[in-house]
Design a binder for this molecule. Structure first.
Ligand code: UD1
Length: 316
């Protein structure tokens, strides 16, 4: 059994990684600033060691990595609009903390660090689906910060022989994705609106498309990346290779929930990408990855969770 540090482990994707690692019998430590993460997301995992701290502080990063075999660096301020509004805070969380983690993990003799990259790094380049060797065109501070983090990772492998893998996530969704802020992922916002009988908001004409990826697929891809022999120094898309527009997403959600709510259309968001879809050939080849939970099944699991949260919130 091995030891894993999950940074951002009290957040949405991080808590799913921690849960699966515990299920597999590994030792898990979580480091989280609790800016967007919540202790509640780890309540069902009492064996997880929890460190509260800001990884933009090198001393906190050094404490977090001590004695760990693997680092899954998920901590971030994960929002395009939030980065447009406050690029300095998001740079500290997404770039400064990543560099600290790389230095600290390298010096502590960590075997491999997996970095949470983003589909937003590709921007609006015309070709679809996006392959990892295509040029990047970041349209927001968030996208640029993720591109820089990924390039730092690759450079640490080349310069210092420290093994890293950057996994580019594509619009991940699932249980525990917080619907509580205007910066939340669109699926959590739409699902909550429908369950509350409110009209969801669509920014733009709703014809923008995304490769929405259920969180269990991402967990599988990331854990494969820890061990895959040829993955070190690589950037790898982990997604489904599908593409769904927001209008279509809303139709499907309305059907599953049994509602007929029409959207309210508003001006497009600054820094928003038009279309996003991943080529996942590299993940298949290097990681033996294949999506295990299809889109609609993922939506059903997510809605079940949203419903039970609603019930819990009403009882609180
Ligand atoms: C982007 C990245 C994603 C990253 C995420 C971090 C791309 C293609 N994807 O997601 O990899 O993990 O940032 O947050 O850049 N929208 C609405 N109504 C809402 C909320 C959102 O119409 O209430 C729209 C947005 O304008 C956007 C789409 O839905 O067009 C998806 O938005 P969101 O879920 O915030 O994620 P991205 O910004 O696409």
């Amino acid at each position: 059994m091995a030891s894993y540090l999950v940074t951002g482990g009290a957040g949405f994707i991080g808590s799913h990684l921690a849960e699966e690692l515990v299920r597999r019998g590994h030792t898990v430590r979580v480091a989280d600033s609790l800016i967007t993460g919540k202790r509640r997301n780890l309540e069902h995992l009492p064996s997880v060691e929890f460190l509260e701290g800001d990884l933009a502080d090198l001393a906190a990063a050094t404490r977090a990595v001590a004695g760990m075999d693997y680092v899954l660096h998920q901590a971030a301020i994960p929002s395009v609009p939030r980065s447009v509004k406050d690029p300095i805070a998001s740079n500290n969380a997404n770039v400064v903390a990543t560099l600290n983690m790389l230095v600290a993990a390298r010096d502590a003799g960590v075997k491999r660090l997996i970095f949470a990259g983003s589909s937003s790094e590709y921007g609006n380049t015309p070709e679809l689906p996006k392959r990892e060797d295509m040029p990047l065109n970041p349209l927001s501070p968030y996208a640029l910060q993720k591109a820089v983090g990924g390039q730092y990772c690759r450079m640490f492998t080349q310069l210092y022989g420290f093994e890293t893998v950057s996994i580019r996530y594509f619009n991940v969704f699932g249980p525990r994705q917080d619907p509580g802020s205007p910066y939340s992922g669109v699926i959590s916002l739409f699902a909550t609106a429908l369950l509350e009988g409110r009209q969801p908001i669509i920014y733009g004409d709703g014809e923008q498309t995304r490769d929405f990826t259920y969180v269990a697929n991402v967990v599988d891809g990331v854990l494969r990346a820890c061990e895959a022999p040829k993955a070190a120094g690589e950037v790898i898309n982990v997604a489904t290779n599908g593409r769904v527009s927001l209008n279509e997403l809303l139709r499907i959600l309305n059907r599953i929930v049994g509602t007929h709510l029409q959207p309210i259309y508003k001006e497009p968001r600054q820094g928003d990408v038009k279309d996003s879809q991943a080529d996942i050939t590299k993940a298949r080849t290097l990681l033996g990855y294949t999506p295990i939970v299809p889109f609609e099944e993922g939506l059903r699991h997510t809605l079940e969770w949203c419903r039970s949260e609603h019930g819990a919130a009403a009882r609180r």
